[in-house]
Structures are given as C-alpha cells and as structure tokens.
Design a protein around this ligand. Structure first.
Ligand SMILES: *[C@@H]1O[C@H](CO)[C@@H](O)[C@H](O)[C@H]1NC(C)=O
Ligand SMILES: *[C@@H]1O[C@H](CO)[C@@H](O)[C@H](O)[C@H]1NC(C)=O
Length: 280
C-alpha cells in the first residue's frame, strides 16, 4: 500500500512541477526585421530561478548556441547583442537546464536597403495588423506588398493595414520599394483569440513561453464549433481545480505516510528487553 501511495505521490509531484515550471522571453524589438547595426536585448523571465533558463539560438551556421558563447553578452538574466549583423539572423528561444523551451522568435537582420516592419510576436485573431515597408531613412515611400509570393497591392504611404486578421492572413510577407529594393520575407502567424484580455502589444512585449495548463487547447478544425461562451470559463475553472486537487491530495498522502512512518519507527525501536528507544 505504501509503495502505491509513494508512486502516486511521485506522479502528482511531477504533474505539479510540469505545470508550474514556465519562463517567458521578453524582447526589446518593434520588428522582427532590422537593419544591421541595431542593438537588441532579450531576457528570459522565469517563474523558477532554479530551472536555469538560458537564451539560445539557431542560425544558418550554429545550432543551440548559448548567449555569451561566441555571440551576445550576458547581463543578469538579459542577453544583449550590441550590433546585429546579417549572421545574427535566426531563431531565438529560452531553454531550461532540463530542456524545457519557451516559444521562439525569428529575427531577420538584413544588409539590404529595405525591411518589412512586422510584429515579433504572433498576431491575435481579430486584431489589426500594420506592416510598414522602410528604408534606413524613410518609412513613407510608396511600397508594394506581397503575400506567399503574390502581389497584394501598392500602398502610396508605405503602410499596409489588415483589419481584423484571421487565420487565413497567416503567411510569408515581403515588400519592395521601387529603385531601392526588396525586403527579406517574414512569416507572420495568427493565433486564436485568448479567453482573457492581454495588455496591448508594445515594444516590450512579454512572450508566454509554454502554454499554460489552463489555456483551452486550440480548436479542432474538424470538430463542430463550440457555441457556448461559457466553455472557456468552465474549462479554466475545472482545469484549476484539477491542478489544485493533486496538491491537496499529495499533502494528505504525505501526511498519512509520515504518520505511518513515525508509528513504524516507534515499534521498531522497541528493544528485545522491552526498553523503548525514542528516535529523535
Ligand atoms: C534548432 O536546430 C535544431 C537542429 O537543427 C532543431 O532540432 C531545433 O528544433 C531548432 N530549434 C528551433 C527553436 O528552431
Ligand atoms: C516591386 O517590384 C516589382 C518587380 O521588380 C516592380 O515591378 C514593382 O514596380 C515594384 N513595386 C514598387 C512599389 O516598388
């Protein structure tokens, strides 16, 4: 019986730690594309310092290299890259010692003359998305915008706004400015609407890295749509209960195990002559 409760306790503990151990990546960027020479700082904000989150990246010629290991300077929990160059183009993420990872962000550094200013974080369904086509000196020249290789339209002011984005707006965007050049392409992803309101996106946007256990799963497109507005709330409530209950149960089991153990010790320490030795 004791073995079973110990196993159960272990299981519940791992369940608990897997749901509480999270980190987020904070970036000081207004665009995922940039010209060479810009300074960037990225921070792994952690719930649990002992997890040892570090910033890592994949570039065209490096895999999983850590900040400070040939690139970037570590300053506390922040990694600073003072002068971005083309070679810094890549995927950046936070990773714990145990291998848990945050969401990743793409950073594109160009030595060219045009960038597409596009959000670093995924856009939420229903939001407006504004893309700006820029040269180093100007952001309001007439520009052509493209999605997945097809021309969309020319914007005389260099800004293209897509109102109320939907999942179908997800894709690979680029732009060009005549007689100056073309931007690199950027993948823009659109995520489902969250159930809670999140603060508006600013230049310092916290990025949640692992999906919270209490965030509803993404809708299954093959399933009929859920009509009840109460579903997310109920889901979260039930989920919180499910997360909270193991904690109570494990506390209870721990308590009863401890009592059991103490009783056992008292019995075992009774000597052959009947003298009782107290364990301290
Ligand atoms: C980084 O590169 C490795 C090896 O190619 C790959 O397995 C991993 O998924 C990459 N990580 C990200 C976040 O793209
Ligand atoms: C974009 O590039 C195409 C092909 O080079 C060119 O025909 C078009 O005029 C350019 N558009 C703008 C706005 O520069």
């Amino acid at each position: 019986m004791e073995d079973t409760s110990l196993l159960l306790l272990l299981f519940l503990t791992s369940l608990l730690s897997s749901t509480t151990n999270q980190a987020s990546l904070t970036v000081s960027l207004s665009s995922s594309q940039m010209f060479e020479g810009q300074s960037v700082s990225l921070s792994c904000e952690e719930d649990d310092n002992s997890a040892g989150w570090t910033l890592r990246r994949n570039t065209s010629d490096e895999t999983r290299t850590q900040c400070g290991d040939g690139w970037g300077k570590t300053a506390g929990s922040t990694c600073i890259i003072p002068f971005m160059v083309f070679w810094d183009t890549g995927v950046y993420w936070c990773e714990s010692r145990e291998g848990a990872t945050s969401n990743s962000i793409n950073i594109i550094v160009t030595g060219g003359a045009v960038i597409l200013q596009s959000p670093v974080l995924p856009v939420t369904e229903g939001e407006d998305l504004t893309l700006t086509c820029k040269t180093k000196t100007s952001s309001n020249l007439p520009a052509g915008f493209y999605k997945d290789g097809s021309f969309i339209r020319t914007e005389p002011g260099g800004h293209m706004t897509i109102h109320h984005v939907s999942r179908s707006d997800e894709g690979l965007y680029k732009c060009n400015i005549s007689s100056v050049g073309e931007s690199p392409p950027s993948w823009i992803s659109v995520t489902e609407k969250p159930t809670t309101t999140r603060p508006p996106m600013t230049t310092r946007s916290p990025m949640t890295t692992s999906r919270s256990p209490c965030t509803p799963p993404p809708p299954d497109t093959s399933a009929p749509p859920l009509t009840s507005d109460h579903f997310p709330l109920m889901f979260r409530l039930v989920c919180h209960l499910v997360v909270f209950c193991p904690f109570c149960i494990s506390t209870f089991i721990m308590g009863s195990l401890y009592r059991h153990r103490t009783r056992g010790n008292t019995l075992n320490s009774t000597g052959a002559d009947g003298t009782e030795y107290k364990a301290t």
